[in-house]
Design a binder for this molecule. Structure first.
Ligand code: F6R
Length: 612
């Protein structure tokens, strides 16, 4: 949460920073601000989106070859102009941008107030800049030394960049538990929360490690040290990202673009991993740790939100196809409940961003307990991908819409490949079924494309539900996590209350909610438990609920009893979630749009949840 960007070099910093902030806006959009140096320091900040800042600074002095910028997701202090970053030290000499939380800010603030400091904002960040300034003044320290000492007194998470008005030839940056990427250009440097602001400027990047401090100068030199003052040899990597992936193209919203990208992103996830004609499926991440993975007694999947729903599908896949026991955990619960994790467990973390604080902490805990750590991650070079022992990238490309869509299907695809790989090797999938699955897998991208053809129908249907206050989503088996995911998609972007339930659980409580005003989305594809789900639909209809059924193409039985049916192509049962989620993504998109909601940037949310 919160996005930070900084630039130092020979170019104008402002346009680079603003463009970068727009790319990072998915991380928070409560307020935005910049600090630019050109003979003097100019700080501009505004409540609202980056575009509100852009309007606010029109006509102001925006010159300078060095600057820092921030887009905020509020934690400490309400979203307003004062709490917006950058924050400055007492005398206005230092400015800071910060992503993370300084947990001991209250104690530090009290001590600083006693020393005579005055604070203008309610943020934890302001404490940090005062502390650095105080240390710098007291012993006449170099900025990097003051930052280093200040950070050793801080408890919490941070990615920061500090600019000193008295020495604007350099920027000092540091990170712990919040991401920070350094881009190296020709006599210029970029610092950002992820690599997207660097695209188009440089492809040379260094992902800073926890407790590292970088000093970048406008003479083209830089140095990385640890907080313990040890000089580090930077690991410079090549960035593989292109601009089209960061732009909306012909789509009205990133979310819609990302929904439509799924035939390609699923194919990208399978590329080089599956070849049905040659009869093989490879998973490099498993091969790297084959012995420990095949001897594992149990898999624990840890994730949050949509990634947790993908993990639930993973449980069904692994247990059915590979006959391996799986437990699925909310990372936020796992990390605090003293779980039993053993050396012969494999802990799989699922994360689009690879930065989710709870997932990261759960992994660290599992690592300490000796388990093998495996990552299913989208964001290349992210913190989670770097601490895992092994893993599989999902190759979905940057996901910018706050509501996760293509990352979800990417995660499910990766889990499906893993389950088939392990099942075949363990002998729990017979050869003929294995080949059938491989052939079925290769057809999935085309079937997703076909499933997307329901878009027009869903758009019309959405109009009927714009004034609804509650919606129930029901599914069984592989479609139960899809019910959860459909409900989450609806509530997060349209603000309509929605609940996902295993269809059979309905009669244990939620059935009381059903009347003629209650829309009930039932994922009723034609495989095992079909008759049971038909009975569940009958139960809803008997109470006059409005049934929207997601059915397999050609289904005639359900269309007779449901109010509306949306067809998806037939497939092997374990692949159903990859298709049944598509109409639900579209449904939430169109309902939200028709209600006038900001689909890509829903209220109160941020895409990368780097705080607890
Ligand atoms: C919902 C959504 C969130 C994320 C969750 C985990 O659409 O995007 O629920 O799935 O915050 O994020 P990652 O996958 O980045 O760890």
């Amino acid at each position: 949460m919160c996005g930070i960007v900084a630039y130092i070099g020979k170019k104008d910093a402002y346009p680079i920073i603003i463009k970068g902030l727009k790319r990072l806006e998915y991380r928070g959009y409560d307020s935005a601000g910049v600090a630019l140096f050109n003979g003097d320091l100019n700080v501009y900040k505004k409540k609202g989106k980056v575009n509100d800042l852009v309007s606010f600074v029109k006509g102001k002095n925006l010159s300078g070859n060095v600057g820092i910028g921030h887009t905020r997701w509020a934690t400490h202090g309400e979203p307003n102009d004062i709490n917006a970053h950058p924050h400055t030290s007492d005398d206005g000499r230092l400015t800071i941008i910060h992503n993370g939380i300084i947990e001991n800010y209250a104690t530090l603030k009290e001590a600083l107030i006693k020393e005579g400091h005055t604070f203008t904002s309610d943020t934890d960040t302001e404490v940090l800049v005062h502390l650095i300034g105080a240390l710098q003044d007291k012993d006449n320290l170099e900025l990097e030394e003051a930052v280093r000492i200040a950070l050793s007194q801080v408890v919490g998470a941070y990615a920061i960049v500090v600019l000193d008005r008295n020495d604007p030839t350099k920027l000092v940056a540091a990170r712990k538990a919040s991401p920070l990427v350094l881009g190296i250009g020709q006599d210029e440097f970029f610092l950002a929360s992820d690599a997207t602001p660097l695209v188009g400027y440089t492809s040379q990047v260094v992902y800073l490690n926890d407790e590292e401090i970088a000093v970048v100068s406008n003479d083209g030199t830089f140095e990385i040290k640890t907080i313990d003052n040890e000089i580090q040899t930077p690991f410079i990597q090549l960035l593989n990202m292109n601009i089209e992936k960061l732009e909306k193209g012909n789509y009205e919203h990133f979310m819609l673009k990302e929904i439509y990208e799924q035939p390609n992103t699923i194919a990208d996830c399978m590329r080089g991993r599956v070849n049905a004609a040659a009869g093989w499926l490879k998973m490099g991440g498993i091969e790297e740790q084959e012995e420990r993975i095949f001897n594992a007694k149990r898999f624990i999947m840890a994730a949050c939100g949509t990634s947790w729903h993908a993990a639930l599908i993973g449980e069904y896949l692994f247990e059915e196809l590979a006959r391996i026991p799986v437990e699925v955990e909310y990372a936020s619960e796992l990390r605090y409940r003293n779980p039993i994790i053993n050396k012969d467990d494999v802990v799989i973390a699922l994360s689009q961003s690879g930065e989710t604080a709870d997932t990261m902490a759960a992994l660290e805990l599992a690592k300490d307990k000796g388990a093998l750590i495996y990552g299913i991650v989208n964001s290349v070079g992210s913190s989670i991908s770097r601490i895992t022992d092994s893993g599989s990238y999902i190759h979905a490309g940057p996901e910018i819409g706050v509501a996760s869509t293509k990352a979800f299907t990417g995660q499910v695809t990766a889990l499906t490949l893993m389950a088939i790989y392990m099942g075949y090797k363990r002998g729990t999938i017979p050869k003929s079924y294995y080949h059938q699955l491989l052939e079925g897998l290769e057809k999935i991208p085309a079937k997703v494309k076909e499933a997307l053809e329901c878009d027009k129908q869903v758009k019309e249907l959405a109009k009927k539900f714009i004034n609804t206050n509650h919606t129930l989503y029901l599914g069984r088996g592989y479609n139960f996590p899809i019910a959860l995911e459909g409900a989450l998609k609806l509530k997060e972007i349209s603000y309509i209350h929605a609940e996902g339930y295993p269809a059979a659980e309905m009669k244990h409580g939620p059935i009381a909610l059903i009347d003629e005003n209650m829309p009930v989305v039932v994922i009723a594809t034609n495989k095992s438990a079909y008759e049971k789900i038909v009975s569940n639909i009958q139960e809803v209809k008997a109470r006059k609920g409005i049934v929207i059924a997601i059915v397999t193409k050609g289904d005639e039985e359900i269309s007779k009893i449901a109010d509306y049916t949306i067809e998806i192509p037939d497939t092997e049962e374990p692949f159903t979630p990859l298709l049944s989620v598509i109409p639900l993504q579209l449904l939430s998109y169109h309902i939200a749009l028709a209600r006038g909601c900001n689909v890509d940037q829903p209220r109160n949310l941020a895409k990368s949840v780097t705080v607890e």
